[in-house]
Each structure stands twice: as structure tokens, then as C-alpha cells.
Design a protein around this ligand. Sequence first.
Ligand code: BTN
Length: 321
Amino acid sequence: MSKGDAVLTFLRGQREGFLSGEEISRKLKVSRSAVWKEIQVLRNLGYEISAEPHLGYRLLGIPDRLFPDELSAGLNTKFIGKQVVSYEEVGSTNDAAFRLGEEGLKEGVCVFAEHQTKGRGRLGRSWISPKYKNILFSVLLRPDLSPAEVSKVTLMAAVSVVKTLHSVTTHRFSIKWPNDILFNEKKLCGILTEMSSEPDRVNFIVVGIGINVNADPAELLKGATSLKEITGNKLSRVEIAKKLLETLESDYLCLKKGDFALLAKHWEEFSSTSGRRVTVNVHGRKIQGTAVGIDKEGALWIRTDSGLQEKILAGDVHHEK
Ligand code: BTN
């Protein structure tokens, strides 16, 4: 733990009163001026700290920044988010997490970023997000699954995002297959799952999630929305991210136990695709019909206009009006 982290930990433990500079310096075995310097560093990061002569320091406010310290404070998980890497700017959090996977890091490590210069979406699209406004992160997982079963993790992540959003707002969100999170048909969140695998087993999976939290409509692509636009309020990204890490862990444990059926049931409850007229683009081939729902593998079934049932493993779904 760095000196700054240690000072912050002491201040967090004393939210009600002041903590004297002398006590901090004694506990950390550093000079009082070193403590003062760390307080300045924390203030520059956005922490509001009052300093009163004869009383000491008191933490008044924390910045809504995706710092490892903020994300881990009070986080109720066993492994997801126990280790966090946070970037001010990175190419793509998925690429950074993928590298950690190749280096052999344990599952649960998360990579957060305030900004991505090469944010990626599904099907070769890019993911645009203004700095400091949204949640951009990737989590490394090592499930005991075959490559064909990885779509279960993707659907699981969508379920976790919706549960999280339902717990932090009074609004209702839906999932467009496989994992776009929508509000009134506008996109709020995208999920990109990538894997390293052998022919019959997965080495690791990276699940990358981008949620538009505090971005203004003008900062987003057409057809996208943010929680700020929906609720009319700026929300705490740290609180939402923590809740999501906790929900992801409990859903992932459910998947590991072999209970994808329960997650699929939740997915169907949140789905705005099932029962809908859709056009699906599968590698340039257009399939039109009514979406029936997902099967126990997570594939989407379409009843086409010619009466055939088509199984879709990957593709781009368009909801018809
Ligand atoms: C999509 O809807 O097409 C998926 C978008 C996924 C975006 C997230 S943001 C964090 C992570 N890093 C990336 O480069 N992409 C994912």
C-alpha cells in the first residue's frame, strides 16, 4: 500500500471526526510534512479533505473516479474486483485484460479506464465514450467451459447489468439479443466477450462492459442514451460499478454451478427480443421472422416467415417496429 493509500484508509476510518496529523504520521512512521504532502496529492485527485489547526484532517467527499481504492472500498465480493487495474487512458480495457489473462493472472481481475482510444464493440464496431463520464471495464474469467458455451457468459453479463440497473434506478431496462441493454430501444450498454481457447477448452474469457452513465446525449452516437439522460440526474459511477461487480460474481457462481437455466430465465424476463418481429443479419444473410427466445445453450431461435425455425449463434439483431 502506498503512503497516499494508507493516509486515505485512515481518513476513511474516521469519517465522523478529525484525525490529527501527528497520529497519522506516528502510525505510518513518516514525518508530518510527508503526511501533508500526501493530503495535497489526494486533494489534487479530487478528494475533499478539510484541515483544521489543532484538530487535524477530515475526509469530506470522495471523487467519482474509477480508482482501485474507491472500487474496493466496501466491495462485497470474493474474487471479482478484488484486484483492479485503473487507467486514465488505455487503448481498450479488453486488450489490457487479455494481456493479463496471457500473463496468467487469476480470474476476477478487472481493468477499468476513464477513456479508451481504441474502444471496441461487437462486429468490428468502435465504442465511443467521453472521458470521466461512463463506466468502461473488462473482467478476466477462467470458467470451465467449451468454446461453444462461451455465449452463456455473454448472456449472463447482460442479466447482471440489467439487475444492477434495476437496483440503482426506478426505470426498467431490456436486453436485445445477445447482450445490448436498451431503454426505449436506445442503447445504454454494450458487452464484448472475447476468449483465448484451445479447440475443446477455454483458457480464459474477457468480458468488456461499457455503460453510458453521465454522458450527455450530444456526446453519444445517434441511437444511444445514458442514465443521466434517462433519470435526469448525475449518478455515482463507483456505486454502480461496485454493485455490478457484486452481481456479476453471484451470477457467475450460478453459471459455474451449472445453473444456466436460471440465468436464461432471467434473460427471458428482461428480453425485448423474444416474441418480437426481427431481422437478423448473419454474415451478410438476412433472416426475417419472429424471435421465439433462447435455448439452453443461449442461441436465439427465429420462426421465419416461411415457417422454418432458425437457430442463430451469432449475428446482428434489428427489432422491427
Ligand atoms: C457492443 O455493443 O458492440 C459492445 C461494446 C463493448 C464496449 C466495452 S467498453 C469496455 C470494453 N473495452 C472495449 O474496447 N470494449 C468493451
